[in-house]
Ligand binder design. Structure first.
Ligand code: FES
Length: 248
């Protein structure tokens, strides 16, 4: 809204949960709701399009279609009818991660709903992150956990896919399991990570952290400005401890 005074603002009518409000044009749905007096306790998290808390369903004036989006990212339009879905009840399997295998059968057993997919693609159409939801479901039916983990990588767990699913699948929970299995049990182990964890456990960074804690704000800013960024990029011989010069 910048510095515009209230009487200079262009106001637009929107319908929030069925009630009409006049709100300034160009606000996101989330800000429009707050302008209208809603105090968001559920349905609001990061405000930056990454937490998935603000799934919203809306219609536009004169348009029969149901649209979906993230309230923190979608700009309100005149005569928009909208409602938020801060939570959508979808089955989430319970499992002990250490005790399950990274195999297709694990997913089939925990989520037999997978095979109720009717390939209507409604899930992909509503996804605000443009994730190819139906594709990763098909990949999982074929048992390709790693492919499904990659295809679903941008999922932010908003649940809109499940809200529109003809087969009543909890797609986003299934995809999360696939990513956990891929990342935790199928991806190769990082030697650099193991090495840095060993150094941390050995106390190699204790003095450095103590020095940082003792600095005032200006000193911290200087250290931050002069930091070495991505020192390992493209350097196969990178070694975290020596190259970063963190440890005296
Ligand atoms: S508030 Fe986190 S995605 Fe909108």
């Amino acid at each position: 809204m910048g510095d515009k005074k209230q009487d200079e603002l262009q106001m637009i009518p929107v319908y929030i949960m069925g009630k009409k409000y006049d709100v300034p044009a160009e606000l996101t749905i989330m800000k429009a709701m707050e302008y209208a007096g809603y105090q968001l306790i559920r349905g609001c998290g990061c405000r930056g399009g990454v937490c998935g808390a603000c799934a919203t369903v809306y219609r536009k004036a004169g348009d029969y279609k149901i649209y979906t989006g993230l309230a923190c990212q979608t700009v309100a339009e005149p005569e928009m009818y909208l409602a938020q879905l801060p939570f959508y009840p979808a089955n989430r399997a319970t499992y002990k991660f250490d005790e399950i295998e990274a195999q297709a059968e694990t997913i089939f057993a925990l989520y037999p709903e997978l095979f109720r997919c009717v390939a209507c693609n409604a899930c992909t159409k509503v996804c605000p992150m443009d994730v190819q939801v139906m594709d990763y479901i098909a990949e999982l039916k074929r048992g390709d956990i790693e492919k499904a983990a990659k295809t679903s990588f941008d999922c932010i767990q908003c649940g809109l896919c499940a809200s529109r699913c003809m087969g009543e699948l909890p797609q986003y929970h299934i995809a999360q399991l696939a990513r956990r299995l891929a990342g935790g049990k199928l991806a190769p182990r990082s030697e650099h990570m193991a090495e840095i964890v060993r150094q941390i456990n050995d106390g190699a960074f204790d003095k450095w952290i103590a020095d940082l804690k003792a600095m005032d704000q200006d000193q911290l800013k200087e250290v931050y400005s002069n930091r070495e960024m991505e020192p390992h990029m493209g350097d196969e011989n990178w070694r975290p401890k020596e190259n970063r010069g963190l440890v005296s």
